[in-house]
Design a protein around this ligand. Structure first.
Ligand code: TMP
Ligand code: ASP
Length: 237
């Protein structure tokens, strides 16, 4: 696999072309941002952890019937993925109230839902990723009705699989964000990453936060938290 010119640099990853027009290489950085890029910092070793973790979880999800963009891990920070056109929706599943849900609805963090919730945000940094419903997404032609149905089905399936797995690791899956993409033939696949950057992960026993909220909220112990969830994942995969 030959790495060609850089296509794009995002907040946490760089994307490179390859000699195959249908494949890309993503490279995970240690850069961390929050609040739409307003807060900036570094989480040392994060790129290595997120690369590994996302790849292992995506392979697990493939086995469970959720197609993903994952192709092959190249090294510590780099992975070959299928080229997709990203559906500009951030798909958020929640099992427990936290973060923007708690703020918006005035519910304390930690309230457990009877059923998981799903919400969409328009992936648009200029607008600050506004919350939207599926009718808004249809009106703006961000996805078709059929694609939205597929995305919802996959997102809830991902939740069931990840919730079960994280519990085996002694970790409560509070919420997470997914992104989906279309392959050349239109097939919807899970893309982007699944990591402590994009999930809330709490220790089952103590409730300790083991995710990016430690960075967002200046709690300290960020690197240790990432290392701890990675260690638990490796012991249980
Ligand atoms: P929220 O409570 O801030 O809406 O976040 C819900 C979940 O989505 C949480 O696990 C963190 C993740 N997330 C991202 O991955 N990217 C983002 O830009 C935001 C705002 C949240
Ligand atoms: N990474 C996102 C940003 O910079 C937000 C977050 O994860 O909190 O906006």
């Amino acid at each position: 696999m030959i790495k060609r010119e850089q296509l794009y640099e995002g907040k946490a990853k760089k994307v490179f072309m390859t000699d195959d027009p249908e494949l890309l290489i993503v490279s995970y950085k240690d850069d961390a941002t929050a609040f739409n890029g307003l807060k900036k910092g570094t989480i040392v070793g994060k790129g290595v952890i997120n690369n590994r973790m996302s790849n292992l979880l995506m392979q697990m999800l493939e086995k469970a019937g959720v197609p993903t963009h994952f192709v092959e891990e190249l090294n510590d920070r780099e992975t070959v993925v299928k080229k997709v056109s990203i559906v500009p929706l951030e798909v958020i599943i929640r099992n427990i109230a936290a973060g923007s849900f708690s703020k918006r609805f005035g519910v304390p963090e930690g309230v457990v839902f009877e059923r998981p919730t799903i919400e969409f945000s328009y992936k648009n940094d200029e607008l600050g990723d506004p919350l939207m419903n599926s009718y808004h997404a249809l009106a703006l032609k961000l996805a078709t009705e059929e694609e939205i149905e597929t995305i919802k089905r996959y997102a809830f399936k991902v939740n069931e699989e990840l919730k079960k797995f994280w519990l085996e690791c002694g970790v409560t899956l509070v919420d997470f964000k997914l992104e989906f993409g279309r392959l050349k033939d239109g097939t919807i696949v899970l893309a982007d990453e699944i990591s402590p950057d994009t999930s809330r992960l709490w220790d089952v026993k103590t409730g300790e936060k083991l995710d990016k909220d430690r960075f967002r909220r200046d709690m300290g112990g960020v690197e240790d938290a990432y290392a701890e969830v990675m260690k638990r994942l490796m012991e249980n995969i």
